[in-house]
Design a protein around this ligand. Structure first.
Ligand code: ATP
Ligand code: MG
Length: 1040
């Protein structure tokens, strides 16, 4: 919730409060504290009445809840209503018992302390109903689990069982609690109800044998007779009619319209099994109830000697069966008592009167002790064995103040109890409140209140109190009677302002008192008690021998109720009144250690009528319940106070100065805190050790702010914690990562080490292999050699010669591979050659053959030959079109093989002339245009001379006998090697060409010779030398 919504909420509450103020005329005020005339009893009553007539039965005085019994169902205790009140601030909704229950519960949870809710009011005011509503609210609102549901069911179901055994119809209330009940509900730290414990106080046992007119015995008897199954009744020897049992009809009203005994029986039967009563326990319990009924019917006759004897053996038979005691033992026990005479024990018979007394005493004892057993058994079932710390909320539903027409010992005890509770209330609220203001130095106008200590003392004071006098009378030897007790009282308490008897009273009062009466002026009013039966009831004597008889019982519950070890012989047991006094002192101690909350129940009329508001009766209750005093204190005082330390500790997160720690004193811290919270000066006071806050709304606003702040703090703590957790996780992961890294590095290092060790081994082996590589193969060098082999082969593979021409570029082999290398080289060359050959075309092959022929002719013999090698040979240098047609016609029959342009040097003057040289199948022709200048048959060709130099002259030597014939031809041809190779092929004469040095002789004409001289010079030239020779100078070519 954000601050804005908090503000909204505050203003809504204020609006609602204002609304309730405007509705005041109709429904009255929901908190008496807001009453203007807060000292007026009439105004108080008016408000209560107004609300009552509007069915608004609850009204607050601060945190005290006043409840008026509506005597009708209002439909305000539904689950829906519970949900509405759950977790809501006290003053936000109309007053309700659920609001109080919820507030107590939440305070207990937040302050981790114990609380009790004191529910008081007179008989029939609605105390038991209120306590049931509170229990039901917790059953619904507390966190639950299956296990806790079990506890919850037991807590809830303990009620009908205890009510069956401890409640009865009285004149005042059809379901009047005839015992006091204090019930602790235990809660664990989460606020779940985990257990409970019940303390019971003074059961009104006399009701078992006697009921006033219009009253009934305890419900359980009627429930059994009316609701018990036929088989069960048969087994118990009972008949289905209450009229058959004397102890059920003393009040003459066995049937009551408001009570459905049959249905109640079913509820009790079911509850017993849920509270874990075993079948045998239940059987024995029913046997006891039945035996009390039978015992009530036991009658005595006086025999001739005047002693009592049993008049009907039927009841005895059933008693014997149900209690598991032999008949004669039982009979003797009911009609005799044991007397100690000197050292002997003698049986003395009863008179009928005595026998009746003993019978009733037995019935009361059996019932009373069984009731205590029942409470213990329920406690066992509610017990929480877990020893962890628990907080409790106690519910005190104890009999209210009672005034009957005739009031006996029981009323005396009950009213004394109410005095004690009133005293506690005074102590806890009025007195302590005023004392506290004084102690704290808070300005305060004392509120006068009636302190009932004087009455409590009157009853319980040692030696002088009524109980002391009664006990004394009970214990003293001699003839003590109720009347001697009264005399003793008159003696001791003469002059006490709250005690009157017939003898001590003034004239006027005396008229209202019988001789056997005494009157106490209780805080709640005057009550006149009849002393009749006081001594007997206080003694509660059970004859010793009847106890012995009971000890023989086979009934398990009776066995437990009459234990063998009961210290009964010498010391007298404590009287009932003293026991009651001590148990009340114990209760006071229990309550004093807890935080009190109050529900004051008011009875609107004595007729149990809905809608009737008896002013006199209510005014009386308002007075004795101390409501006016409470209101005055509330108005004058402060709604809330806390020790500075506690207040600061709780609310310090609300102020930046005090959070998280305040360095100064707690009081200073609180001062700073309230200043920060904006408390107005009249809203609070600073005491010596505590802060006092006047209005609850101030506190609730603070509490709401704290609620908001708590969430913020929780979020922050959560965030911190989450951060812490995540950091923790991160550190863990980091550590894990580092560890994994370390392990991994270790692993890698080990692997590396292994690898290196392996490498060292390999290298060592390699070196050893290298050193012994030239030795015969052995262990040491085998691997190395294998490596060398493989390495060589691999390298060789990558470095093979790319072409046949590189065949010498063969990778040098290591010594051990030389043989293999040689073989491989050979194979590879062969392979290359084969591949080369396969790749050559027929035309290229012919070309190459020509080249090979040229090579065989000129290689190493003519200087410029190497230059020609790279030049491919052509089939011819002059195409047929370029040869004159006439020439072609002349020679075509011979088949032209090759033609080439040449320069022909005249034989006589060596003048150069361009000619065509054509080779046919049989002859060579020298052609000039269309004229065949010279035909030379190959058969007459004697040879061809060429120089060894780099010129391209050729001299064709022709055999010629005829002088008229032309002589040899001196030609110059650019395609010298091609032309001569072709000629050599055409003539099929490999020896045709002759390489000459220096000079060539040739025939100018037969018989006349000429010379061509060859020489190397600085430049190429051809000229006729002085000696008449043709001089051919050629440049020297550099050999490649
Ligand atoms: N809140 C209520 N709503 C309706 N009826 C109620 C309410 N409170 C009490 N009653 C009626 O009043 C009767 C008496 O109430 P309850 O038994 O609680 O009185 P009591 O104060 O416990 O009396 P006692 O001191 O005799 O035990 C109930 O049986 C019921 O009929
Ligand atoms: Mg009651």
């Amino acid at each position: 919730m954000d601050l804005e919504s908090l503000e909204e909420r505050c203003s809504r509450i204020l609006r609602e409060m204002e609304c309730s103020l405007t509705a005041r005329d109709r429904v009255g005020l929901q908190d008496f504290v807001l009453l203007d005339a807060y000292t007026s009893e009439t105004a108080f009553l008016d408000n209560l009445r107004k609300r009552f007539h509007e069915n608004l039965i609850y009204t607050y005085i601060g945190t005290l809840l006043v409840s008026v019994n509506p005597y009708k169902e209002l439909g305000i205790y539904t689950k829906k209503q519970m949900d509405v009140y759950m977790g809501v601030n006290f003053f936000e909704l109309p007053p309700h018992i659920f609001a109080l229950a919820d507030n107590v519960y939440r305070t207990m949870i937040s302050e981790t302390n114990n609380h009790f809710i004191l529910i008081s009011g007179e008989s029939g005011a609605g105390k038991t109903e209120a306590s049931k509503k509170i229990l039901q609210f917790y059953a619904v609102s507390c966190p639950s689990t299956r296990l806790l549901d079990n506890v919850r069911d037991r807590l809830l179901l303990s009620n009908p069982v205890l009510e069956a055994f401890g409640n009865a119809k009285t004149l005042k209330n059809d379901n009047s609690s005839r015992f006091g009940k204090y019930m602790d509900i235990q809660f664990d730290h989460r606020g779940a109800a985990v257990g409970g414990h019940i303390l019971s106080y003074l059961l009104e046992k006399s009701r078992v044998v006697h009921q006033n007119h219009g009253e009934r015995n305890f419900h359980v008897f009627y429930q059994l007779v009316e609701g018990g199954e036929d088989d069960l009744l048969r087994w118990l020897g009972l008949q289905r009619s209450c009229q058959n049992y004397r102890c059920l009809v003393k009040g003459d009203c066995a049937k009551v319209t408001s009570i459905n005994d049959k249905n109640d029986w079913k509820t009790v039967r079911k509850a017993l099994s849920i509270i874990e009563f075993s079948e045998s326990d239940i059987e024995h319990l029913f046997a006891i109830i039945a035996s009390v009924l039978h015992l009530g019917n036991v009658q005595f006759d006086a025999n001739i000697r005047g002693y009592a004897s049993l008049s009907n053996s039927n009841e005895l038979h059933w008693l014997s069966k149900l209690l598991g005691i032999q008949t004669h033992v039982l009979q003797e026990g009911l009609t005799h008592r044991k007397i100690e005479a000197k050292a002997e024990e003698v049986l003395s018979p009863f008179t009928t009167e005595h026998a009746i007394y003993a019978r009733d005493a037995l019935a009361k004892a059996i019932y009373g002790r069984t009731f205590n057993w029942l409470v213990n058994k329920i406690n066992e079932s509610l017990a929480n064995k877990d020893s962890s710390r628990k907080t409790v909320i106690g519910l005190l539903d104890i009999y209210g103040f009672e005034v009957f027409h005739v009031n006996s010992f029981e009323q005396f005890c009950i009213n004394y109890c109410n005095e004690k509770l009133q005293q506690l209330f005074i102590q806890l609220t009025l007195k302590s409140e005023q004392e506290e203001y004084e102690m704290e130095g808070i300005e305060w106008e004392p509120v006068p209140y009636f302190n009932n200590k004087i009455i409590c003392d009157l009853v319980e004071e040692k030696h002088r109190g009524i109980i002391s006098v009664l006990d004394e009378e009970c214990l003293r030897p001699g003839e003590a009677t109720d009347l001697t007790f009264l005399e003793k009282l008159e003696e001791t308490l003469n002059g006490h302002p709250h005690f009157v008897t017939h003898k001590l009273a003034d004239q006027k009062t005396r008229k209202t008192l019988e001789r056997g009466d005494f009157r106490l002026l209780h805080y709640a009013g005057e009550v006149t008690y009849s002393v009749k039966g006081f001594l007997d009831k206080n003694n509660d004597l059970l004859y010793r021998n009847i106890k012995d008889v009971m000890r023989q019982s086979q009934n398990n519950i009776i066995k437990l109720c009459f234990p063998k070890t009961e210290p009964d012989t010498k010391r007298r047991p404590e009287t009932v009144a003293t026991q009651f006094k001590s148990s009340l002192a114990g209760l006071t101690d229990i309550l004093m250690s807890k935080e009190p909350w109050y529900v004051r129940c008011v009875k609107p009329n004595s007729g149990k009528q809905p809608g009737r508001f008896d002013d006199v009766m209510v005014r009386h209750q308002v007075k004795y319940l101390g409501l006016m005093e409470h209101l005055r204190v509330r108005r004058a005082g402060f709604a809330y106070r806390r020790r500075y330390e506690v207040f600061l500790q709780r609310y310090k997160p609300l102020c930046p100065d005090t959070w998280p720690n305040w360095k100064g004193t707690a009081a200073e811290g609180v001062q700073r805190l309230v200043k920060h919270l904006g408390y107005k000066p009249d809203e609070y006071k600073m005491g010596r050790t505590k802060i006092f806050i006047r209005h609850p709304r101030t506190l609730f606003a603070t509490e709401d702010a704290f609620d908001v702040c708590k969430h913020q703090l929780a979020t922050r703590i959560q965030a911190k914690y989450k951060g812490y957790r995540v950091k923790g996780d991160f550190l863990k992961q980091k550590e894990a990562a580092t560890r994994i890294e370390t392990c991994w590095r270790g692993l890698m290092a080990r692997k590396e080490k292994e690898k290196r060790a392996w490498a060292v081994k390999v290298i060592k082996k390699f070196i050893k292999g290298f050193m012994t590589r030239n030795q015969p193969a052995c262990m040491d060098n085998s691997e190395y050699l294998a490596f060398v082999r493989q390495n060589y082969l691999t390298r060789l593979k990558d470095n093979l010669p790319k072409s046949i021409l590189q065949r010498n570029a063969w990778l040098t082999a290591p010594p051990i591979m030389q043989e293999a290398s040689r073989l491989l080289q050979k194979m590879y060359i062969r392979l290359m050659v084969r591949q080369y050959i396969r790749g050559i075309s027929a035309q290229r092959k012919a070309q190459l053959q020509l080249k090979a022929t040229a090579s065989s002719l000129f290689r190493g013999r003519k200087e410029n030959y190497p230059f020609s090698v790279a030049r491919p040979f052509a089939d011819t240098r002059i195409s047929e079109q370029d040869i004159n047609i006439k020439v072609l016609q002349t020679i075509c029959q011979e088949g032209v093989k090759y033609s080439v342009p040449v320069i022909k040097y005249d034989r006589n003057g060596f003048r150069p002339r361009f000619r065509q040289l054509i080779f046919t199948q049989v002859a060579a022709y020298l052609v000039e245009e269309g004229k065949v200048k010279q035909r030379m048959e190959f058969s007459s060709l004697r040879g061809v001379s060429v120089s060894n130099l780099s010129d391209n002259f050729l001299i064709l030597h022709i055999a010629c006998d005829d002088v008229k014939q032309k002589g040899d031809l001196v030609l110059q041809c650019d395609y010298l090697f091609e032309a001569l190779t072709r000629l050599s092929v055409v003539t099929n004469n490999k020896n045709l060409v002759k390489i000459v040095q220096g000079s060539v002789r040739f025939d100018i004409q037969p018989g006349r010779e000429g010379f061509v001289d060859f020489k190397s010079g600085s430049e190429s030239m051809v000229y006729r030398a002085k000696n008449g020779h043709l001089m051919v100078e050629s440049t020297r070519t550099k050999t490649r």
